[in-house]
Design a protein around this ligand. Sequence first.
Ligand code: ATR
Length: 246
Amino acid sequence: MHNAALAELGMAGEWGYEAIDVAPDRFEERVRAMPGEGFVGANVTVPHKGAALSLADELSETAREIGAANTLAFEDSVVRAENTDAEGLLRALPASPAGQRALVFGAGGAARAVVWALLREGATVDVWNRTALSARYLCEEVGGEPVSAPDDQRDYQLIVNSTAVGLRGEDVFTQLPVYRRRFTAEQVVVDIVYGHEPSELLRAAAAAGAQTVDGIEVLVQQGALSFQIWTGREAPLDTMRAAARA
Ligand code: ATR
């Protein structure tokens, strides 16, 4: 996705995006060496997201409030942590969630960004998580209402799955308090889990006429924002989307 964007903008000769595997106990040392090697930034993924936040010299207000960072930017040797997951989610939605009732599943780093973003836009957010205590902690720190049993599914205009359910083929309808036949055409349903096929959750929502947003769209939108932070250039969204979907 990023290399396709760089090629599109004629930057591929000078710039590149590559995967770096690093063990947790070498993470800080590896990141600290990167500015000197010519890197302008990095994305950070599991299991390093917490470590990225604590080693950063500066945090954007968003990363600090969410308590998670997915993007690092290097300026000289200063490491700045950013979170583009939140804004990326909002850009992936078909319309602003302002004034809507939202139900969010999950309480991990992804869920924190989702809840924070929806609240900032003026939605009301109920948070359900398999481990109820984590939902309570999330809401104490980020906001939203922890619920042990959501209201009627049809009462929410927006439903977001930000758990890992579905990644390994689990049945979403037995793992989450959501019913296959209780979506409505007025809803927006988001599944941040991504794969080659639409998830069962999104299939069921689409069958009821709901608008659906898949994890690849959220991935592309957060990636485009990170691209802009690193390069200072407007990201070619269509190119990134096509590369991600391929
Ligand atoms: P991330 O930071 O990417 O969000 P994570 O912190 O591992 O990843 O979070 C995974 C989320 O998926 C959690 O909310 C987890 O629920 P628990 O807090 O109860 O572990 C949720 N999850 C994973 N597998 C699940 C399952 N089979 N049923 C319900 N929730 C599940």
